[in-house]
Design a protein around this ligand. Structure first.
Ligand code: URA
Length: 211
């Protein structure tokens, strides 16, 4: 279990890439590439205590019990659609992980999450579950996604995001104090329509050029 509820990864590479992503002049292609690169650096942190096993390996000299990840015990859950930008990079690092998707959109008036898709791997109760969504803003969608994962049996859940607002962190801590969060930045606050400040805008739109 990770002990901190919130971990902000301050590594210079992460912070440099994040600043490039925040720049509104950064085109979608570069934005996606940077998100993929940061996702792998954040994954390094969030996977630091993953369960390990061993397997027999013959080096050119001897046989040994070599440490390997219990990869099949891991589930990555992308909170659509922006979660896919983080998912791709993490899955590249851990290709044996099982993958699920939670489709939630935010009602722009109430800011409450509305579910439109849900498909997750079997036996979530036996897996370390890493839920990914770039923006932890109000925390309503993230908390609702974690509710769904817990209803499917998940017990050991972590949350990976690129940016977090204090409001979202507080909401998650209240709803899911057992779910550690790893992020690249704790930003200042939300604006009156629920966007993170200073933020980077709408992550999905920035990724896919849909605005
Ligand atoms: N979702 C986003 O994509 N950006 C924000 O700032 C808040 C929620």
């Amino acid at each position: 279990m990770m002990s901190e509820h919130l971990t902000v990864v301050k590594h210079p590479l992460v912070q440099h890439k994040l600043s490039l992503m925040r720049d509104k002049a950064t085109p979608s292609s570069l934005f996606r590439q940077l998100l993929r690169e940061i996702s792998q650096l954040l994954a390094y942190e969030i996977t630091s205590e993953l369960p390990m096993t061993t397997k027999k390996v013959e080096t050119p000299l001897v046989e040994m019990d070599a440490p390997v990840l219990e990869g099949r015990k891991l589930a990555l859950i992308s909170i659509l659609r922006a979660g896919n930008g983080l998912l791709d990079g993490v899955l590249e690092l851990i290709p044996e992980a099982r993958v699920g998707f939670v489709g939630l959109y935010r009602d722009e008036e109430t800011l409450q999450p509305v579910q439109y898709y849900y498909k997750v791997p079997a036996h979530l109760d036996e897996r370390v579950v890493i839920a990914v969504d770039p923006m932890l803003a109000t925390g309503n969608s993230s908390a609702a996604a974690i509710d769904l994962l817990k209803a499917s049996g998940a017990k050991n859940i972590r949350f990976l995001c690129l940016l977090a607002a204090p409001e979202g962190v507080a909401r998650m801590k209240e709803a899911h104090p057992d779910v550690p969060i790893v992020t690249a930045s704790l930003d200042e606050r939300l604006n009156d329509i629920g966007y993170i400040l200073p933020g980077l805008g709408d992550a999905g739109d920035r990724m896919y050029g849909t605005k």
